[in-house]
Design a protein around this ligand. Structure first.
Ligand SMILES: C[S@@+](CC[C@H](N)C(=O)[O-])C[C@H]1O[C@@H](n2cnc3c(N)ncnc32)[C@H](O)[C@@H]1O
Length: 163
């Protein structure tokens, strides 16, 4: 499998899992958190498919395509290891969806980072909320659920807060 194949599988899976999460949480009104703006592609998709919910973006340095750059007051600028705990104080356990795509090319480092930030992500989710990630996460009380049929196993993960 080439890197192009892996990239395409990741993109297809991100869209499928985001679409699934938006539909599955449509009864919730809490904010949507996008962790890792990057070029802004998944942010752009999220804002297309989410309505009636606020979208906040966590990013250490905004460098997105101008066509998909969020308003300044919707960006939590800084390292997520600091902005996630600050968000808990500000929002509490209210997020209906948290989408994370924070990884780079080093898979081992991505895994270590996922382990490090999982405890800071977990308390932000509302009951019934979904966490969608391109990396496997390490939560204590969230349930990993099946990804949609059109997503590729291993390229995307979905976790739900049941209680
Ligand atoms: C793979 S890109 C996201 C791509 C995005 N999903 C898109 O569709 O364009 C990862 C982003 O996460 C950000 N990031 C990585 N580690 C971070 C950290 N510790 N705190 C804040 N942002 C971080 C990087 O700056 C980068 O913009």
């Amino acid at each position: 499998m080439s890197r192009l194949d892996v990239f395409i599988d990741r993109m297809v899976s991100q869209r499928a899992c985001i679409d699934f999460a938006v539909q599955a949480t449509s009864h919730l009104s809490g904010p949507v958190f996008e962790l890792g703006l990057g070029n802004g592609r998944t942010y752009d998709h999220i804002r297309e498919v989410v309505s009636g919910r606020d979208i906040f973006v966590f990013e250490r340095e905004v460098a997105s395509n101008p066509a998909s750059t969020p308003p300044e007051d919707r960006v939590l600028l800084g390292d997520v290891r600091e902005t996630l705990p600050a968000a808990l104080a500000r929002f509490g356990a209210t997020a209906s969806i948290i989408h994370a795509d924070l990884g780079g090319h080093n898979l081992e480092r991505n895994d270590q980072f996922a382990r490090a930030i999982s405890p800071a992500i977990e308390p932000l989710l509302a009951v019934g909320g979904l966490m969608v990630s391109s990396d496997c996460m390490y939560f204590e009380a969230l349930t990993e659920i099946e990804i949609p049929e059109n997503a590729v196993a291993g390229r995307c993960f979905i976790y739900r807060k049941d209680a």
